[in-house]
Design a binder for this molecule. Structure first.
Ligand SMILES: Nc1ncnc2c1ncn2[C@@H]1O[C@H](COP(=O)(O)OP(=O)(O)OP(=O)(O)O)[C@@H](O)[C@H]1O
Ligand SMILES: [Mg+2]
Length: 247
């Protein structure tokens, strides 16, 4: 089971859109896939029309009152299951603190489903937190969408410094560009600069309105616009990621 989290310190960079699309594509490729929405905003679940069936499920899982299996819901798509976010995700940091400071909470929780899935995608809330550190520890890859702006370069350096500070394997950090507008010099220059770091996948996601339509259609791109340029870009990126992480 390969665990990939979609993370960035910055908000609004395409974490949710990417987790929703990658999870769909992995399932379509035949992998048994679980998408875990850990952002209390609940956007990933929203895209899949999924609502938590059990109140405070994340809290109950952490406190061993509920098995992770009981929080998992099917989606309309073959091989794709989801754990939607619920309100208790807002207090995740406090809940994790109460677990005696272990960074292994999520890793241990996910062990329960290790035999059931090939891929787990975690849609993370932005920011540094106990939750983020726990997810980094559990993840085989931390996939970080980056909008190619000057501010994003700074954020990228902050995330790298945080990994080093917390002794998290930097090899897990794999990045890709989102919402890129190659008509802008600043985007081009930032991309050329960051590509040198060898931590960025070559394929990127341009700024395209079809991605925004996912919210209206409540579906991943490939389900409602398979031949759109946005989906072609997501497919190409997913293929590169898949080959990169499974090699
Ligand atoms: N490639 C893209 N082109 C155009 N719009 C995009 C693209 N990717 C995402 N968006 C839009 O940008 C907004 C933010 O995207 P998304 O919710 O995926 O980001 P996020 O990193 O998960 O945000 P948050 O930090 O709030 O969880 C959404 O309205 C989404 O539709
Ligand atoms: Mg999000």
């Amino acid at each position: 089971m390969f665990i990939a989290s979609l993370y960035n310190l910055k908000g609004g960079v395409g974490k949710t859109a990417s987790s929703v699309n990658f999870a769909y594509m992995a399932a379509k490729d035949g992998y048994r896939t679980l998408l875990w929405d850990l952002d209390p905003q609940g956007a990933a679940g929203y895209y899949y029309h999924a609502h938590a069936a059990i109140k405070s499920s994340v809290k109950k899982i952490i406190e061993h009152e509920l098995s992770i299996h009981e929080a998992i819901l099917p989606t309309p798509y073959d091989k794709l299951n989801i754990i939607p976010a619920d309100n208790s995700a807002r207090k995740l940091d406090i809940l994790l603190d109460a677990q005696q400071g272990t960074k292994k909470t999520f890793k241990n929780m996910l062990k329960e489903v290790a035999g059931d899935y090939d891929f787990v995608f975690i849609d993370c809330p932005p920011g540094f937190s106990n939750v983020a550190d726990n997810i980094f520890f559990a993840s085989d890859a931390v996939l970080m969408p980056v909008i190619p702006t000057t501010l994003s370069m700074r954020t990228y350096e902050q995330v790298k410094a945080h990994f080093e500070d917390k002794d998290i394997d930097l090899g897990k950090l794999m990045c890709f560009f989102t919402m890129a507008d190659t008509r802008k010099n600043m985007h081009n220059e930032t991309m050329q600069q960051l590509y040198k770091d060898k931590r960025f996948f070559e394929h990127y996601i341009p700024n395209l309105s079809d991605v925004e339509k996912m919210g209206v259609r409540h579906a991943p791109l490939e389900a409602f616009a398979p031949s759109s340029y946005a989906n072609i870009c997501y497919r190409a990126l997913w293929t590169e990621i898949k080959e990169g992480v499974l090699e």
